[in-house]
Every structure is written in structure tokens, then in C-alpha cells.
Design a protein around this ligand. Sequence first.
Ligand SMILES: Cc1cc2nc3c(=O)[nH]c(=O)nc-3n(C[C@H](O)[C@H](O)[C@H](O)COP(=O)(O)O)c2cc1C
Length: 176
Amino acid sequence: MEYNEVVNLRRSIRKYENKDIDDLFIQKIIESAMKSPSAHNLQPWKVMITKGKLKNQIANLLIEKYQVYEDPSFIATANTIKNCNVLLLIFYEPKSKIRDFDILSLGSFVEHICLKATDLSLGSLWIANTNHISEEISKLVNVDLECISTVALGYKEFLPDERSRKNYNEVVIEDK
Ligand SMILES: Cc1cc2nc3c(=O)[nH]c(=O)nc-3n(C[C@H](O)[C@H](O)[C@H](O)COP(=O)(O)O)c2cc1C
């Protein structure tokens, strides 16, 4: 796909078709993200690919957490996790003395995932609600690292309208 097409077609997808993603596509997505920049090239990322039962267990952990926070977006996100085909768990492997540096690098990594998924005509959803169950996820999958984000992937049911964006003038600060 051409660059502008990828950028313009990327959306947060919350409804997926019941169709498997080829393992090679998942590999391509992760390899593309591995090319993202990172502070001091420290690459503070690890990824676990989850599907089926494990993925649904993660969704259920989020539903349990809803009892504590009573945030309806937890339930909506949990439903998306159940509905998607693959849930990538993005782990933070501390590398820099400055946590912010690593976190910015991880943001770039996740954005690369979402853009490559779009390039392959797949839908994606960057999820931070799972940060509320980060410890529970690490325990469940037996990985001694912080789960800093998750990403839902799958074939989208439909392309939602573009969400509104700030105007150019609201974003750019005049040099006075
Ligand atoms: C760091 C981050 C965390 C997000 N977490 C969630 C989430 O937990 N659940 C969800 O449904 N969407 C989540 N989103 C998606 C945003 O709601 C979405 O990107 C935003 O509304 C703009 O819509 P668009 O991605 O379709 O352009 C997250 C996005 C980012 C960048």
C-alpha cells in the first residue's frame, strides 16, 4: 500500500470478522515494528502472540477489573479482545535509565504494528486499558516483564468513519 493510503486508512478497529490471520502476516507485522526507532537504539520491547483461550482469559481479567473501576470502556475493550483474532502483548524490557525514553520507544513500536497491519489490510486496536491488569497478565503468561500495551489484530468487519482531529492551527505553535 502507498504511504498516504496506510496513514489515511488506519483506524482503531473494534469489530472483527471470524477469520484467522496467517502466521506469516503476524511475523511481518512484528518485523516491521522491529525497525522502529528507539532511544539509544535500546529496543526495549518483547512481544507475545496470544490467541484463543489465553486471549479470552485476558479479556476476562479485564471484566473482573471492571468491578473495581466501573469504567464501561473496560467491558468494551474486553469484548474487542474476545472478538479479535490475535492479541499481541507488548512487554517493556527496561533498558534505559530514563523510563520515559523507553516508553517513547515502545510507543513507536506499537504505532509501527498498527501501520503495518493496515498495510496488510488488517484492522488493529492499540489498547492501554489492559495496563490496569498488567500484573495479572504477566502472572498468567509467566513473563517477568511489565505488559505496557496490547494490540488487537484481525480482519475488520467494516472501516469506521475517521475520528475527528484538531485543526492544524490548534496543533502548531507560532514562533513569536
Ligand atoms: C496509547 C493508546 C491507548 C489506547 N487504549 C485504548 C483502549 O484501551 N481501548 C480502546 O478501545 N481504544 C484505545 N485506544 C484507541 C483510541 O481510542 C483511538 O486511537 C482514538 O480514539 C482515535 O481513533 P482512531 O485510532 O480510529 O484514529 C488507544 C489509543 C492509544 C494511542
